[in-house]
Design a protein around this ligand. Structure first.
Ligand SMILES: *[C@@H]1O[C@H](CO)[C@@H](O)[C@H](O)[C@H]1NC(C)=O
Ligand SMILES: *[C@@H]1O[C@H](CO)[C@@H](O)[C@H](O)[C@H]1NC(C)=O
Ligand SMILES: *[C@@H]1O[C@H](CO)[C@@H](O)[C@H](O)[C@H]1NC(C)=O
Length: 463
């Protein structure tokens, strides 16, 4: 990607405004907040990122692929390691019928104690600037509530899920195949945490959404209309990640990319379920046989869900059937480490993505024109899967959401892989995905709709 036009002016005038990012502490939220921070920093605005030391360390570690190389982008962000209470970091339970990562709740609960340290930081920074801009996750309203008492501070929420899924969750959009929110495999604890934010919603002056108006305009309009009483502004700025990340930057020498180099164009199904999915032993076995029997090439990231503290203690040993890796070594690769997903999806050998449909993964895949075999697990994912398969028509569903509690058979997995990678239908879907990819990348270019909304947000906060 071309360097962003605002980047790398070394001698900058002291910023008349300061921006503070307050992320929610699950990996996908942390990362999207960091990507937005980079983008805002590229406008020569001083950017602060406020989280616990563990979560700051996590987001930096994952960005650089675990190597402690300092990144030019990272060095521009002021990280604040704020204190939170000690929290337990249990292993995920793959056998639980609720697929939401309930084992992260202690980390989420500890995070909600950030109100006072964040308030102190905001008050300090507010004395050094004309205007303090606070951008916070939609789950962090209560943490930033003291913004209301700081005269030169303004807050904006950052929504890192799709407008479509938000409309579904708020029942603003009702389609026949839309699963009700109760069925999204959420825990009562996370529902309560989300509900606890409601009373502070009025502090925000607008919403930044990690989506693209060209892709979701009708759902953005629905949201805007629903909040018309708040007199909010709305900016849709996706895709974020393409604009600020040099896609050659972390991949060099990575074993996945070396392996992909040897595969034919668009021949490989990339299989990854993100950072919050824990599959049962039985499901892992079915996956192994399904991939093998499809006789298609695959790159499978076999990982357990993140723990609350990714740096400590044991992780579950994910077992494959005996001799599996040896038996597929001509066509398949299994990796257990964190991988440079953007670089993988950008690789010419990748022709499909079997995904849990976290919004971050969807955006990465879509903006690189890679069609999706959707296998949602929890939260907003079933809505994203519907959006991908039924509305954008850039993917297929591996199984019906109604069957979510059952193990997906190796046969169903094999069929889905064949359908996407080796059929006329798959070809059509791939073409359509490439079109959507072009549209999203254009949106982020100079003069594109997302770039213009970003410029408009910057003009608004620096007014
Ligand atoms: C990435 O690497 C390719 C091949 O080495 C090169 O052509 C391209 O310009 C690089 N892109 C960036 C953004 O550096
Ligand atoms: C999940 O259930 C399987 C089979 O019943 C069992 O072998 C496994 O130990 C369980 N895993 C955990 C983490 O409880
Ligand atoms: C917004 O949606 C909620 C339901 O989620 C509804 O109760 C409320 O009345 C709506 N507000 C407006 C202004 O449409």
């Amino acid at each position: 990607m071309a360097a962003h036009h605002h980047e790398d002016t070394t001698s900058s005038i002291p910023s008349p405004i300061i921006m503070v990012m307050v992320p929610f502490t699950a990996q996908s939220h942390l990362n999207q907040a960091l990507q937005l921070s980079f983008l805002i920093s590229s406008y020569q605005i001083e950017v602060h990122y406020a989280a616990s030391s563990k979560h700051n360390r996590q987001v930096k570690h994952r960005l650089t692929g675990g190597e402690d190389k300092s990144s030019d982008l990272l060095s521009k962000i002021h990280f604040h390691d704020l204190p939170i209470p000690h929290f337990l970091s249990p292993l995920p339970n793959p056998n639980s019928t609720t697929k939401f990562p309930a084992h992260l709740q202690p980390s989420f609960d500890a995070t909600m104690h950030l109100r006072h340290p964040v308030g102190t930081l905001l008050r300090q920074l507010s004395t050094t600037t004309r205007r303090l801009i606070v951008i916070h996750d939609t789950l962090m309203f209560s943490v930033v509530q003291d913004v209301a008492d700081i005269p030169n501070a303004e807050s904006y929420s950052f929504r890192c899920v799709s407008a479509f899924s938000t409309c579904c969750m708020k029942s603003l959009y009702k389609g026949e195949s839309i699963p009700p929110v109760e069925e999204c495999s959420l825990t009562n604890e996370i529902k309560r945490l989300a509900a606890d934010q409601a009373e502070f919603v009025k502090i925000k002056q607008g919403d930044i959404l990690n989506t693209c108006r060209q892709m979701e305009s009708s759902y953005l309009d629905l949201l805007d209309k629903n909040e018309s009483n708040l007199n909010n502004k709305q900016w849709a700025i996706a895709p974020l990640i393409n604009r600020v990340r040099n896609i050659n930057s972390t991949g060099g020498g990575n074993e996945c990319l070396l392996w992909l180099e040897k595969q034919p164009p668009k021949s490989v199904m990339y299989v990854s379920f993100g950072s919050s999915t824990s599959m049962t032993d039985e499901q892992i076995e079915a996956m192994a046989f399904g991939l093998k029997e499809s006789k298609q090439r695959f790159l499978w990231v076999l990982r357990d869900a993140d723990k609350g503290d990714i740096f400590t203690g044991e992780v579950r040993n994910l077992k494959l059937p005996n001799g599996f890796e040896e038996s597929v070594k001509e066509t398949g690769m299994v990796v257990r480490d964190w991988v440079p997903q953007m670089e993988i999806l950008a690789h010419r050998s990748v022709g499909g993505f079997m995904s849990h449909c976290g919004w971050n993964s969807c955006l990465e895949s879509l903006s690189l024109g890679v069609p999706i075999a959707a296998w949602p697990i929890h939260s907003d994912q079933p809505y994203n899967a519907l959006f991908i398969s039924e509305i954008l028509k850039v993917g297929i569903e591996v199984r019906e959401w109604a069957d979510q509690s059952e193990v997906v058979s190796s046969f169903a997995i094999k069929r889905a892989v064949e359908r996407l990678m080796d059929s006329e239908e798959g070809e059509r879907i791939r073409k359509r995905a490439e079109e959507v990819g072009g549209l999203l990348r254009d949106a982020a270019e100079e003069g594109g709709v997302s770039q213009m909304e970003m410029d408009s947000f910057i003009a608004h906060i620096t007014r």
